[in-house]
Design a protein around this ligand. Structure first.
Ligand SMILES: Cc1cc2nc3c(=O)[nH]c(=O)nc-3n(C[C@H](O)[C@H](O)[C@H](O)COP(=O)(O)OP(=O)(O)OC[C@H]3O[C@@H](n4cnc5c(N)ncnc54)[C@H](O)[C@@H]3O)c2cc1C
Length: 490
């Protein structure tokens, strides 16, 4: 049997600055490239077709770029172990190269099972570190320094022309039990970002050329941020571009005389990206339970009707509904609006963060478990170490969508409502409303809750919860584990 190596692509869908690919190309053996659409992951409650469309688009672009080298990424719709079992009947697999993955329980369990299989069969699995997250860390000592040195290290060049690639026949792939790729994944949604390395670089270049000029001033605005923020999140989440490539481009812009304030703000967010994933890497139970054990026994009202109104964007609170509907259609919202949606669900509607976690994961095109869960918990106020923010949706609306443009775009029922009432249509005087043909309760719902009463209740309860001895005690553990004594940015 022929000796071969395998490069297993995961959330790293690019052909540059890629340690596993570089190792595969430089190996003395022929190398097989593979990506798995795993049924167990596709059916996970956090998964949505939008994710797999993005991945499929990214893979197709990789394959177009690989074809001159008589190579391709084999796209397998099958679990990982059965594929390797079948492959091992045909080839002597020496090495499997991949990146480490900080993922949900499904991928954690899969990696454990795959690791056991490789060990049993004598296959050497080399997993490379991606984006500055360390495996096996116990605290954050020197984490910032370490992250910066990785970001400043030279990018890895992957000389495709030097590779000697294995290509498998379709019959072989179907012989592994692989399924046909669903037609839905080949579809491109007109309002969502499309996958691929080329588009990742296009977003990066246009950001540093022009869009960055309003980065800090527009970052909180639901409409303007769509243009002035980088919009790199799905490309970073699915690995169409490496964190180092983005960071180094920012460095180049900074040293080349670009707007220091905007660039430095942007670079801190790149570090936050990895900081949050590091947290999840070190405490993956955050997928299901509040990180602060003091909150684990506490359950909220969890009213199913209120939840439905939030999930579908029919709460009667214009900015909340606009954000949710926009997210459902486009897969994107800026940070503040994401935080506000979570705050509304967990504080105003007094619902546990876990109830909304899967829906948001499915809707975010950039779903990155290591950011998603720590951010959800931070906004839900269950860490015991962060200042709890209850975002007032009316204030957010007036501050960041003054003329209601974003609201009217996503909640067309409010088109006839003038600026003075678009944030709070329940204040629109009946006669005036009647005159423009708008009827609250008919055209658009009354708010599902009394906002002032709900905020007061949340403030009182959260304040009491934060003071519980078990919350305070576990907060100390979290600070020790996840932050530096001199740098309590959590
Ligand atoms: C409840 C909640 C869930 C979130 N879930 C995700 C998620 O699944 N995936 C995800 O990429 N981001 C998530 N974020 C963080 C943030 O909202 C997005 O990264 C950001 O809006 C993406 O837009 P951008 O690429 O234009 O960001 P930019 O402002 O241009 O920032 C550049 C990059 O920095 C990183 N980044 C920016 N803000 C943050 C932040 N606050 N925390 C961590 N990293 C950040 C992202 O990788 C982003 O692409 C979440 C935030 C909240 C409040």
């Amino acid at each position: 049997m022929e000796d071969i190596d395998v490069v297993w692509f995961k959330r790293d869908l690019r052909l540059s600055d890629h340690a596993p690919l570089k190792s595969g190309i430089e190996s003395s053996r022929r190398v097989l490239l593979v990506y798995f659409f795993e049924p167990s992951l596709i059916t996970a409650p956090q998964s949505d077709d939008r994710h797999w469309q993005f991945v499929y688009q990214s893979l197709m672009e990789m394959n177009t770029r690989l074809s001159p080298y008589h190579a391709r990424v084999h796209v397998v719709y099958q679990e990982v172990v059965p594929f390797f079992t079948h492959l091992a009947n045909e080839f002597n697999i020496v090495h499997v190269f991949s990146h480490q993955e900080t993922g949900i329980k499904v991928t954690y369990d899969r990696d454990k099972a795959v690791g056991e299989f490789f060990q049993r069969t004598g296959i050497r699995w080399e997993q490379f570190r991606q984006q500055g997250v360390n495996r096996g860390r116990k605290d954050r000592l020197n984490w910032n320094k370490d992250w910066h040195s990785l970001m400043l290290a030279p990018q890895l060049s992957c000389e495709l022309g030097n590779g000697d690639f294995v290509t498998l026949s379709t019959e072989f792939l179907y012989g592994t039990g692989s399924l046909p790729i669903p037609a839905a994944w080949k579809f491109s949604h007109p309002s969502r970002q499309k996958g691929g390395e080329t588009l990742a670089w296009k977003y990066l270049n246009t950001f540093f050329h022009t869009r960055i000029s309003n980065y800090s001033s527009h970052i909180s605005k639901p409409e303007a941020s769509r243009k002035s923020c980088s919009r790199l999140s799905p490309y970073l989440a699915w690995g169409c571009i490496s964190m180092r490539q983005v960071f180094q481009m920012a460095e180049k812009a900074r040293t080349g005389g670009g707007s220091a304030r905007n660039i430095v703000n942007f670079q801190s967010r790149l570090r936050w990206h990895c900081h949050f994933i590091q947290k999840f890497e070190m405490e993956c139970s955050m997928e299901h339970a509040s990180i602060n054990r003091g909150f684990q026994a506490i359950s909220k009202a969890n009213d199913a009707e209120l939840y439905q109104a939030w999930e579908s964007g029919h709460t009667g609170v214009p900015l909340i509904d606009a954000c949710m509907r926009c997210l459902i259609t486009t897969g994107y919202l800026n940070f503040r609006m994401r935080a506000m949606l979570v705050s509304f669900l967990t504080h105003y509607l007094w619902t546990d963060w876990q109830k909304g976690a899967n829906h948001l994961a499915r809707m975010f095109l950039d779903f990155e478990p290591g950011i998603h869960y720590p951010q959800l918990q931070m906004q839900a106020g269950v860490t015991g170490i962060n200042i709890v923010r209850i975002y007032n949706p009316i204030k957010q609306s007036k501050d960041h969508d003054e003329e209601g443009l974003f609201i009217r775009k996503w909640v067309p029922e409010l088109t006839m409502v003038p600026n003075a009432y678009v944030h709070e249509p329940w204040l629109f005087p009946y006669l005036e409303a009647n005159f423009v043909g708008f009827q609250l309760g008919e055209d658009y719902p009354f708010p599902v809750i009394d906002l002032e009463k709900a905020a007061k209740h949340a403030r009182k309860c959260l304040w009491e919860l934060q003071k519980l001895p078990e919350v305070v005690e576990d907060g100390k553990r979290i600070l020790r584990k996840h932050t530096l004594p001199t740098n309590r940015w959590a």
